[in-house]
Design a protein around this ligand. Structure first.
Ligand SMILES: Nc1nc2c(ncn2[C@@H]2O[C@H](COP(=O)(O)OP(=O)(O)OP(=O)(O)O)[C@@H](O)[C@H]2O)c(=O)[nH]1
Length: 308
């Protein structure tokens, strides 16, 4: 038996597209089709993927079999989505897509010639083929996201953290770039829960997470590690810069204006910081940051400790 290897893997999307007579990279306008033929093709092809970008790319390429286009833009601000295919042009036709009361986003077709009424009618007829695949792709994307997010704080969860940590360690090694990690924990959090209730504890967790995200460039690098513990991955960041970021985070939590029944709630965090050593594993990096956090707690809390 052959050991698993790349040559045995199948990109099912690509395979299905090929079987239908479409390779991944196609030149537009290969065979002119009637509107009905194109609708049938689209109905088949748009089912072959749940990836939003791929679906829109297939749609953009195929529509050009009967309607010349320069660009296609898609945006859905609520999901923080914005995609641009092709090149910007002077004329545009835009559509707000709704299905069953759900807003699926806005699609903008662009080119350097005005669209005729006939063409707009054809576009509208083709858009119908896009609705279900687009809705499914959006649902898939949000399912993927919620599988990787901590529902309370909106930060990445442990699964996301494990994936990101290994990926960043590999990247740092390959690109010979520094990688630092901050492990932080809210001080005396149990007291907050015990004195004010779990609901207030939850609000504090949300407020601290929002502060951390607000202070960092890449919010996808903040993870909830455990109850009141967070982990921050700082790619391309050396020990000195990571220490400065850690101090900035500590101050921003100290300055958080939290109150319970008009009484101010004092909050602080302790942090441990470690920077990847040559040849070091992800587990070892994590352990060193955790040990540094333990030292910060032991030495009085509300402080940052750098791992040796
Ligand atoms: N409200 C709330 N509390 C949580 C959650 N997850 C964990 N906790 C609580 O977090 C508290 C953690 O307490 P400890 O581990 O003793 O830590 P601490 O009180 O912060 O003390 P130090 O870390 O030593 O400063 C426990 O009371 C947990 O019940 C959560 O999702 N919501």
């Amino acid at each position: 038996m052959l050991p698993p290897s790349k040559s045995n893997t199948i990109d099912f999307d690509a395979a299905k597209l090929q079987r239908l007579g479409f390779s991944a990279k196609r030149t537009p306008n290969l065979h002119p089709l009637s509107l009905n033929q194109l609708r049938q093709q689209l109905n088949l092809q748009l089912q072959t993927s749940l990836e939003l970008e791929r679906i829109l790319d297939v749609f953009f390429q195929e529509v050009q079999r009967i309607i010349p286009l320069g660009a296609l833009a898609y945006q859905q601000p609520a999901s923080d989505l914005r995609l641009e295919l092709g090149e910007r042009a002077t004329h545009s036709a835009s559509y707000h897509l709704n299905h069953d009361g759900d807003y699926l986003g806005e699609l903008i077709f662009r080119r350097n010639q005005r669209f005729t009424d006939d063409e707009l009618g054809q576009l509208e007829s083709l858009l119908v083929c896009l609705l279900f695949p687009l809705r499914n792709a959006l649902l898939y994307r949000s399912a993927l996201q919620s599988a990787l997010r901590d529902p309370l704080t909106g930060t990445g969860n442990r699964i996301a953290m494990d994936q990101a940590l290994q990926r960043e360690v590999d990247l740092a090694r390959r690109n010979l770039q520094p990688l630092s990690l901050l492990m932080l924990d809210i001080d005396h959090f149990k007291r907050i829960n015990d004195s004010h209730g779990h609901g207030v504890g939850d609000d504090v967790l949300k407020a601290v997470a929002a502060t951390l995200k607000g202070q960092l460039r890449n919010v996808d690098m903040v993870f909830r590690f455990g109850g009141e513990e967070f982990l921050i991955l700082l790619s391309n960041t050396n020990r000195e810069a990571a220490g400065m970021i850690g101090e900035r985070l500590r101050h921003s939590v100290l300055n958080l204006q939290c109150a319970v029944q008009d009484q101010p709630l004092e909050l602080s965090i302790s942090l441990g910081c470690a920077t990847l050593l040559p040849g070091e594993s992800a587990d070892s990096l994590l352990r060193r940051a955790d040990n540094a956090l333990y030292v910060a707690k032991r030495e009085g809390r509300n402080r940052l400790t750098m791992a040796g």
